[in-house]
Write a protein that binds this ligand. Structure first.
Ligand SMILES: Cc1cc2nc3c(=O)[nH]c(=O)nc-3n(C[C@H](O)[C@H](O)[C@H](O)COP(=O)(O)O)c2cc1C
Length: 168
């Protein structure tokens, strides 16, 4: 496989960015995610892929529900907050207005475009990310918006490399 061609194809897709949040056992976590998409129409399903190196991975696997925040142009600082540092080192939620969403998912008040989803299957195929297939249980939006895309955050370096030791 031509790895450069693969990387070029993926970056041309320029995916929209989301922040995935989770709460379990009194802990909160959240990270910036570019690997995600709708994956079924009837019933509705949403897939996202969490790096096993991330603290969010450990909390999300124990949570009954997850929050998915669809970032728009203007959310670069939020993307940086959730993507460039790890909850291992800082409280990413400090100073943010966080509300209790459906089933206790941490919902970021600053992001009006959001889902609450219930994981129904996990995919661990020896890759460095775990796939989460989820049922959307709630959706909110303030209307159409222009997504914050991968190309808008090319100055953000991930808080954890995908080959860091896993958080299980
Ligand atoms: C552009 C970009 C895209 C990312 N995409 C994903 C992703 O799809 N899945 C994931 O788990 N982490 C992804 N990350 C990495 C995490 O957001 C990052 O390592 C974060 O600091 C982890 O925080 P945590 O340890 O508190 O969970 C991405 C980071 C960046 C900068």
């Amino acid at each position: 496989m031509d790895r450069d061609a693969f990387d070029s194809l993926m970056s041309s897709l320029d995916p929209p960015m989301v922040v995935v949040t989770a709460a379990a056992g009194g802990e909160r976590a959240g990270c910036l995610v570019g690997f995600h998409a709708q994956s079924s129409i009837g019933p509705a399903r949403y897939c996202l892929w969490l790096s096993q190196a991330n603290r969010t991975h450990a909390v999300a696997l124990r949570a009954t529900h997850l929050g998915v925040h669809l970032l728009s142009q203007g959310d670069h600082r939020l993307a940086e907050r959730f993507g460039a540092v790890s909850g291992d080192d800082v409280d990413k939620f400090a100073g943010l207005d966080v509300v209790d969403g459906p089933h206790g998912v941490p919902w970021l008040a600053a992001v009006p475009h959001r889902l609450a989803v219930r994981p129904v299957a996990l995919i661990d195929d020896d890759g460095d990310h775990t796939g989460v297939v989820a049922e959307p249980v709630a959706a909110e939006t303030a209307g159409r918006f222009r997504p914050l895309r991968l190309s808008d955050v090319d100055d953000v370096t991930a808080g954890h490399d995908a080959d860091d030791p896993p958080h299980r």
